[in-house]
Design a protein around this ligand. Structure first.
Ligand SMILES: [Zn+2]
Length: 233
């Protein structure tokens, strides 16, 4: 009987050790040297892998209070992500990122403007981030409202920023209302592409950094029903 308990204890100890080994590593707050060694492609790959962990439920365990203290002296994030304000997209979480990892700019409909461009220039030129990611999402209320011509307070003027994407699809043959999910998807993707082009057009600083290979500009769509992020070509 004693032998049985000894074996049971050994099995329990081994399985505990295995469980500890399979726990994802605690990511450290990025240092300036680590940030400098990254390429834009490294950062894109890291974001894609982070979303895979988010989907698989194997996100990194982080000691946030320790990271707050570590990050207090400065920040050297990998990327700046322009996202919609939608409450169903916790941007750091969907990429499995922690404190000091990414800059996040948010506005309903994820379009660029002067203030967002200034924030992007700060993130890249001043703070060394290697990637600008414009991330839209499925079923976006701002995109749908722009399609339907909603008018209300300051929302009216805000939605004007999404109109170029709708206008560029003038030759679309189907139903051009928010009830047509195909059209909503097309406008969402076009809106992201226009934002990416406008970043290059309106920011000579970022355009030059991209030309030098110091920064990449990418687009993606977050799928609200699955949590998956599809990167656009
Ligand atoms: Zn949205």
């Amino acid at each position: 009987m004693r032998t049985f308990y000894t074996i049971l204890a050994l099995i329990l100890a081994a399985s505990t050790a295995l469980a500890q080994n399979s726990t994802p590593l605690v990511e450290r707050v990025l240092t300036q040297e680590e940030q400098a060694a990254l390429t834009p492609n490294d950062v894109l790959t890291a974001l894609k892998q982070g979303n895979k962990r988010f989907l698989a439920g194997t996100v990194t365990h982080r000691d946030h209070s320790a990271q707050v203290r570590k990050a207090a002296n400065g920040q050297f994030p990998k990327a700046i992500i322009l996202s919609c304000v939608d409450s169903r997209i916790p941007v750091e979480d969907v990429f499995d990122r922690g404190i000091g990892d990414i800059f996040v700019a948010r506005v309903a409909g994820n379009f660029e403007n002067t203030d967002i461009l200034g924030s992007m220039e700060f993130a890249t030129r001043v703070s060394g981030a290697k990637l600008i990611l414009v991330m839209g999402h499925s079923d976006c209320g701002a995109v749908k409202a722009a399609i339907d011509g909603v008018e209300l307070g300051n929302i009216t003027e805000m939605l004007e920023n999404i109109k170029p994407a709708i206008d560029s699809l003038a030759s679309y043959k189907g139903d051009k209302t928010s009830a047509n999910s195909e059209f909503v998807r097309l406008v969402t993707e076009r809106n992201i592409q226009i934002s990416m082009d406008d970043i290059r057009k309106r920011s000579p600083i970022i355009k030059e950094m991209e030309r030098q290979g110091d920064v990449a500009i990418a687009g993606a769509v977050y799928d609200m029903s699955t949590g998956a992020i599809e990167f656009l070509d």
